[in-house]
Design a protein around this ligand. Structure first.
Ligand SMILES: Cc1ncc(COP(=O)(O)O)c(C=O)c1O
Length: 445
């Protein structure tokens, strides 16, 4: 991996400083960039990427939990090349699109939803969330949504409205009436309780949220099986079963936001929610579905999907190129059994990082499932005070040593590891070793 071409200063920056200046002139400042000296990634292969100066990095963030099958995945490149050469990248949904029908068949058969299901395609996670909100509110004739605190669901008015994290809530304008239930965040339990003596009180509180803040008939509850942007907050095993039981008492549909957790990422199951033994009424997905192509989807119970009465299209949603690429990606995930690899390498990675949790005072908690692992950085284990500055130092230190990781959490103090699911134990060992050095460096300064 390594930075075998020396430090940034010795080999130049590949034009990154000049590109950054141009970026700052014409793009918004709220479109965040990582690193004190942001980098441009110009090439990728498997789990490796290279910047403009030729430095190689082990990619442990996958473009925000998206490049699930790795860079330059041949099967997808070939399928896309063939489709492009057919000269049909776009026709609109006014015509039959064979790969779209095939992808809908695939997703509806994979979704752990009871009864007949249908799918609708869009171009991003946000649009998929908007679609789920439109469908649920139309179906139930209600504008009430229950979501979780510390959640992230996207950047449009509806998605920001249900998002429970002020760093990502650019506006309070929303078409919905939203109730935010307590998040299942054991390390920072909002109820100041300890698992398992708590009796999963955060889940039980949902009944009170429904009874006191809604008409009792909200359109749906929506939740991420593991909160992604929120810092890979991983609910206790009982959480979603209790939540689903309460929703069933009231007859409220449940929508799983699988934008980060889908397609085997969590190792235990194909969909994140399945490892909690719960069957939702709809699933929202994007990111890993296209391994980097712009595609999102909602798969839901037929009655829900068919509940809108007006026409509705997405010009780009489910276009021939995106759906061809997504099908090749799903084939690759299945044929290479990447879910099993996520479980195996994820367990190995978790063991290595748990060792860092024991050794370093600033590593408050290591958590997650499969290849979705968060490292919460704190001032010290006793106070658990979030330390975003130390987390930023670890990120910089990892980058200098040739490892890219992400960051998240309400306080910006959680490092996020979500490599492509093709990652090997050698890669994971290298990542742990690099983080060990970067954390030691950050803790000492
Ligand atoms: C759980 C979740 N839902 C929805 C979204 C929105 O997806 P997009 O950025 O593709 O619009 C994201 C993006 O990070 C997400 O993590």
């Amino acid at each position: 991996m390594a930075n075998d071409r020396g430090s940034g200063d010795e080999i130049g920056d590949g034009g990154a400083a000049e590109l950054l200046a141009r970026h700052r002139r014409v793009l918004p400042s709220w479109q965040l960039l990582y690193y004190e000296r942001p980098i441009e990634l110009v090439r990728g292969e498997g789990t490796r990427v290279w910047d403009g100066a030729g430095r190689e990095y082990l990619d442990f963030f996958g473009g925000i939990v998206t490049t699930i099958s790795g860079h330059l995945m041949r099967r997808m490149v070939d399928a896309l090349t063939e489709q492009i050469h057919r000269g049909i990248n776009h026709t609109s949904t006014l015509y039959l699109i064979r790969p779209q029908v095939e992808l809908a068949e695939r997703l509806t058969s994979l979704a752990p939803i009871d009864g007949a299901t249908k799918a609708f395609f869009v171009s991003s996670g946000t649009e998929a969330i908007e679609t789920a909100l439109l469908l649920a509110t139309s179906w139930r004739r209600s504008n009430e949504i229950v979501a979780l605190r510390n959640s992230y669901h996207g950047r449009s008015f509806g998605a920001v409205g249900i998002t429970g994290n002020k760093s990502w809530a650019a506006t309070s304008f929303t078409p919905l009436k939203v109730s935010h239930a307590i998040e299942p965040y054991c390390y920072r339990c909002p109820l100041k309780l300890s698992y398992p003596q708590c009796g999963i009180a955060c889940a039980e509180d949902l009944r009170n949220v429904i009874e006191t803040t809604t008409t009792g008939r909200p359109a749906a509850m929506i939740a991420e099986p593991i909160q992604g942007v929120g810092g890979f907050v991983t609910p206790p095993q009982e959480y979603f079963q209790i939540v689903k039981g309460i929703l069933d008492e009231f007859g409220i549909p449940f929508v799983a936001d699988e934008v980060q957790t889908g397609f085997g990422r969590t190792g235990e199951a194909f969909w994140g929610i399945e490892s909690y033994g719960v069957r939702p009424d709809a699933i929202v997905c994007a990111k890993g579905l296209g391994n980097g192509l712009a595609i999102g989807a909602v798969v839901g119970r037929e009655e829900m999907v068919e509940s809108i009465e007006a026409n509705s299209i997405s010009t780009f949603g489910g276009n021939p190129l995106a759906t061809t690429g997504a099908l090749a990606n799903l084939d690759f995930i299945r044929d290479r059994d990447l879910q099993q690899n996520a479980y195996k390498v994820g367990s190995f990675l978790m063991r290595g990082l748990k060792d860092l949790e024991e050794r370093f005072e600033i590593v408050g908690e290591v958590r997650g499932k499969g290849l979705m692992v968060g490292i919460e950085i704190v001032a010290d284990g006793a106070s658990k005070r979030p330390d975003p500055a130390a987390a930023a130092r670890v990120m910089e230190g990892a980058r200098e040593r040739g490892l890219l990781v992400g960051k998240g959490g309400l306080y910006g103090n959680v490092l996020r590891l979500s490599p492509p699911l093709i990652v090997t134990e050698d890669d994971a060992a290298r990542a742990v070793e690099t983080l060990d050095a970067a954390i030691a460096g950050a803790a000492g300064s």
